[in-house]
Design a protein around this ligand. Structure first.
Ligand SMILES: *Cc1c(COP(=O)(O)O)cnc(C)c1O
Length: 733
């Protein structure tokens, strides 16, 4: 393979361990490309299916622990060997492909000066558990599509020793949280070293101590993701935990982590010899990076902060994700003093000048330091993540632009999408190969290609969907059974999982973080009615739930508990299931197998939402509040349902009643009758038509290839664009 010259130590070590014909697996194992290529999971899983599950679907770990005897046994199977060499070839072609979209439209973005994409979390795969939810998944999908499109990019994030917490429900339905150590050395990541073989490290001053931070690299196709880690023996024991947990700890932990991400991230790029052309701040967490870019420039040129400020701004772009003021990170001036007293001198700024960079209102000594304000002030462009969220953000931040009207506030929008190859079930991808063309993954933004979905015979779409649904149900039974065994429930309850859910029944999915604004309790507003709908014996409905509440979110935990109490009603015995410890794998099974995806957030708090988009690529249908992306995707009577339509009120209780009533009406009057309107062969033709519409209308819009091409033409390299949305404006205070 021509990638051999760039092979890193860990890959070489692993290759040496493997029998000759299996060595290509080592290269695949260290590049997450395998996770979205055509069906390579089987290659790793078949080595040892049980161990594959135990190690959390980690290909490096499975290869390292594989017995030689087993490996040689696999060698006896010509189809296994053929599969490996086919994938090796595909990988080689992918990595070395010259004719990419970016080479054609924006050749000025080069490997020498890539885009640096900063984010506090990345959801690449369940075997790299450094994500909590939507923000991380979006970041992961952004890197994958950038790789697919040939956009030179590096990611910058943190490598959390214990990642995000794990969830277990006790017998009272109360969420218990626990953490597990990530075995870095067994993971598909590589520690960056210098020529002498010592770990590369950078230094930061945090809480008056020097902290050394080392750098790992995960390979995501053509994109390198650099992850910072303070867990080194030469650090103070407290500082070794700086990168311990994602979104754990208090405000002090939070600011310390954001210093590592922002300031540490820039220093890491410098020591790695990477000179980005653009810095993309995905959410405000990384906004300190703008200060460090400025500091380096001041150090080099001796100029003042205000002289180079605009240079920094030309290189930085910002995406905001939070539609409520309380959701934005702010730090008290005390905290800022304790973390930055040594730093503002290096920018040649006074304390007041420095703190003003993050102040919503100038001249108020109690005004906390806002990461979003810093980002808005220091970035050339800013955008929200859906059309509605753009509006909400402009309104929220008018305070920063007193001379502008709300419409003129320079915050635009680029609607989120999902990475189609990651979220489309292999059975559906295979169907698209057959009817849309084998290169469908390269044309996901072409509506004409997606129009061919109408050519798929109803029977074929339906049987594939039925298989995916059966798979989801089998998986759900298995997970629920494991949880019941773990809780020590009685045998009868454990065996009852064999009858949980029914593949012939209309199946709803509801999975997301259990933040109160997501209103999982909406289903329970009218318990009697819910029992009539879900417990209906003639036209039953079933629902699969999953999601975590943040460890500090008592209200979220109470919502989970109420759901658990609800499904103990005997009518719901086989109709409701909750899968614990939601992660990417469970997410995939869910979005690929459900008939209907339910999303009922409190509008407009869902900045975009992406899980409903994943469902569309698998023929699922959305039933959602007109918030986030669904405002743009929904076509009445064509591709799904809208809860509450346009009835908006600021009275939350009233809104809950309106939306709950609307949800139950939709179920009773439209969704259930349409699903059970089946022909003699059990095919619901009207339903299948809507499945096709769901794919045809949504797929070309809500994928990350469309999203990344928008970022390229509107944000990263706007000079190539012919239709720039109004998100470029100078910041003036
Ligand atoms: C897609 C995804 C999310 C995002 O969910 P939304 O409710 O759409 O914001 C969160 N968690 C996981 C595991 C996902 O796959």
């Amino acid at each position: 393979m021509s990638t051999s010259n760039s092979r890193v130590t860990s890959v070489l070590e692993l290759r040496r361990k493997l029998p000759f014909p299996l060595r290509g697996l080592a290269d695949l194992a260290y590049n997450y490309w395998w996770s979205w290529s055509s069906n390579s999971t089987a290659l790793f899983r078949d080595i040892d299916p049980q161990e594959w599950e135990v190690c959390g679907h980690n290909p490096v770990s499975i290869l390292k622990s594989a017995k030689y005897e087993r490996l040689t046994q696999l060698l006896e199977d010509p189809s296994y060997l053929e599969h490996i060499s086919a994938l090796e070839k595909e990988f080689d072609n992918y990595i070395n492909q010259k004719d990419t979209w970016v080479n054609r439209v924006a050749p000025q973005v080069t490997r020498d000066n890539p885009i640096a994409y900063f984010c506090a979390e990345f959801g690449i795969h369940e075997s790299l558990p450094i994500y909590s939810g939507g923000l991380g998944i979006l970041a992961g999908d952004h890197l994958k599509s950038s790789s697919d499109l040939g956009l030179p990019m590096v990611g910058i994030g943190l490598l959390y020793r214990q990642g995000y917490f794990h969830q277990q429900l006790n017998s009272q339905g109360w969420q218990e949280d626990y953490y597990v150590d990530n075995p870095f050395r067994e993971m598909p990541i590589e520690l960056m070293k210098d020529n002498q073989g010592n770990p590369l490290s950078i230094e930061l001053i945090i809480r008056q101590r020097i902290v050394k931070v080392q750098i790992w690299r995960a390979q995501v196709g053509r994109v390198s993701l650099y992850l910072l880690d303070s867990n080194r023996e030469d650090n103070d024991p407290i500082d070794r935990w700086l990168t311990g947990h994602l979104y754990g700890g208090n405000q002090e932990t939070r600011i310390a982590q954001e210093v590592v991400l922002g300031i540490g991230g820039i220093r890491a790029l410098t020591i790695l010899g990477i000179e980005p052309s653009i810095y993309h701040l995905n959410e405000g967490h990384a906004a300190f990076c703008t200060l460090e870019i400025a500091r380096q420039e001041i150090e080099c040129t001796g100029k003042s902060f205000y002289d180079i400020e605009d240079n920094v701004r030309q290189k930085c772009v910002f995406t905001t994700h939070t539609p409520v003021p309380a959701g934005h990170d702010v730090f008290s001036s005390d905290l800022m003093d304790s973390f930055f007293a040594h730093y503002w001198h290096q920018l040649h700024l006074s304390r007041e000048q420095f703190l003003a960079l993050g102040a919503r209102r100038l001249g108020d000594p109690w005004e906390p330091f806002s990461m979003t304000v810093l980002a808005l002030r220091m970035c050339r462009t800013s955008n929200g993540v859906s059309k509605l969220h753009g509006q909400v953000s402009r309104k929220m931040w008018t305070v920063l632009y007193p001379q502008l009207s709300e419409k003129e506030v320079p915050i635009g929008y680029i609607t989120n999408g999902i990475h189609a190859p990651t979220w489309t079930a292999p059975l559906m991808a295979d169907l698209y190969c057959k009817y849309l063309g084998s290169g469908w993954k390269n044309h996901t933004i072409d509506p004409k290609m997606w129009a061919k979905v109408d050519d798929i015979p109803a029977e074929e779409l339906w049987w594939r969907h039925k298989i995916l649904k059966e798979r989801l149900i089998a998986y759900t039974r298995y997970k629920v059974k494991q949880s019941r065994i773990k809780r020590g429930e009685e045998e009868q309850r454990i065996n009852a999982t064999n009858f949980l859910l029914d593949p012939n029944v209309l199946t709803i999915g509801f999975a997301r973080r259990f933040s109160p604004y997501k209103r999982a309790y909406l289903l329970l507003q009218d318990v009697e009615r819910s029992l009539r709908v879900f417990g209906n014996t003639q036209y039953p409905v079933q629902i699969i739930l999953a999601g975590k509440a943040h460890p500090a979110d008592e209200e979220g935990k109470r919502i989970i508990q109420r759901l658990v109490e609800w499904y103990k009603h005997p009518e719901l015995l086989h109709r409701v299931a909750l899968i614990e410890d939601y992660d990417i794998y469970t997410g995939q099974k869910l979005v690929q197998g459900v008939d209907v995806w339910l999303n009922n957030p409190r509008r407009p708090l869902e900045a975009s939402g992406t899980s409903g988009q994943k469902v569309c690529f698998n023929g699922g249908i959305n039933c959602s509040v007109l918030d986030g992306w669904w405002c743009e995707g929904y076509q009445a009577g064509v591709n799904g349902w809208a809860i509450g339509e346009d009835a908006h009120t600021s009275d939350q209780e009233l809104q809950d009643r309106i939306d709950s009533e609307s949800l139950y009406c939709l179920l009773e009057e439209e969704i259930v009758p349409m699903y059970y309107d089946q022909d003699a062969n059990g095919i619901p033709h009207r339903w299948v038509d809507m499945m096709k519409a769901s794919i045809r209308t949504n797929a070309p819009l809500f994928n990350t290839n469309r999203m990344v091409t928008d970022y390229v033409s509107q944000v990263y390299v706007p000079e190539i664009s012919t239709s720039v949305k109004p998100i470029l404006a100078k910041f003036k205070v």
